[in-house]
Design a binder for this molecule. Sequence first.
Ligand code: AP5
Ligand code: MG
Length: 377
Amino acid sequence: MIKLHDKYFVPYVTATELDEVVSELARNLKRDMEGEVPVFLSVLNGSFMFTSDFVKKYDGDCEVSFIKLASYCGTESTGTVKELVGVNQSLKGRSVVVLEDIIDSGNTLEVIYDLLKKEKVKDLKIVTLFFKPVAFTKKLKIDYIGKEIPNRFIVGYGLDYDELGRNLPEVYQLKRKKMINLVLFGKPGAGKGTQANFLKEKYSLKHISTGDVFRFNIKNETELGKLAKTYIDNGELVPDEVTINMLKAEVEKNLDAAGFIFDGFPRTTAQAKALDELMQYEGMQVDATIALEADDEVLIQRLLERGKVSGRSDDQDEEKIRNRFTEYNEKTAPLTEYYKKQNKFHSINGVGTIEDITERLSKVIDSLVAVNTMKDK
Ligand code: AP5
Ligand code: MG
């Protein structure tokens, strides 16, 4: 771990991996540049190190030129891009290859496109070492991407945090506060939503209920809502691909949260694997899966009771409710083993007063928080 100004950063991309990524970018570009002498246009300051390594690995004639743009202040992109040093040679009729260290919002790239439009270049290609797909808001072409990364602040290998860190030969990521990520597990009506509402306040966690997100979309008649409606109405699971993509988007919108409560996700092995991958990509993990246990007959009574007032289509008749149980038994129950193998499975009695159950859940969560605090020290 390193400290720059007031912040801590942890190792993220090694010098060896950077070397491989840059070599491959140079090779791929060369292959597409037959018979051309490109002008590499390096975007300062960030890309000085990338440019230096890239051109050494580019096996062919080339020219190198620089422009200087600035859009960052601290760890936040300011949104406005200032041109500090412009293009200082004629690029008319030339094959220009822009070398960027990182593309996130795309604001700088937009300015570059505008700048080069005026230059009447013959051909323009964009090469970036890093790309943040989640942060990218523009419809602009990027021809070569070295490595896609999550929307987190990085330093090193030319990239800075308030001017420090550019000289580091490897890339570091801003250290994240220790998060607690929980999966609330249990049959329909087990009390996942009810308990999540208390736990999110108590532990300042972001509650993501895939069922709630689907219902929100159905209410607003979005494409996603239309797609999900028939499945939900019949008490069947919505297909994995749709659900996984939706969950990813919800997580990525809330990366500054202190942690997540996943309610109603994952519900299949494919979803559990996707969640593990997503957590790993974002530098987090599922800390625990807590199951709320209750008998079917108790649950059916709860849901039919709720159905009288909630208007939820899947709470209206016993047959649909039983179908939700069947889906659970066939597709979701196997996840118990999945999480047991990871030593993350906890089970508590879901029958009793709501306060008692919150208390039982809190005991499990408090023990996790204690372990995490010890690890952090
Ligand atoms: P979802 O919204 O997740 O519904 P569910 O899993 O069927 O569970 P519920 O929300 O009905 O129950 P809950 O455990 O949250 O209990 P609650 O706190 O509300 O999913 C709906 C549908 O969306 C699915 O069928 C599927 O089609 C789709 N979907 C969602 N996620 C998906 C995914 N990952 N993949 C694919 N498809 C997906 O409590 C229930 C009732 O009991 C309430 O009235 C409450 O007041 C009461 N209650 C709670 N606790 C107690 C208690 N201790 N004592 C007495 N009453 C209680
Ligand atoms: Mg619920």
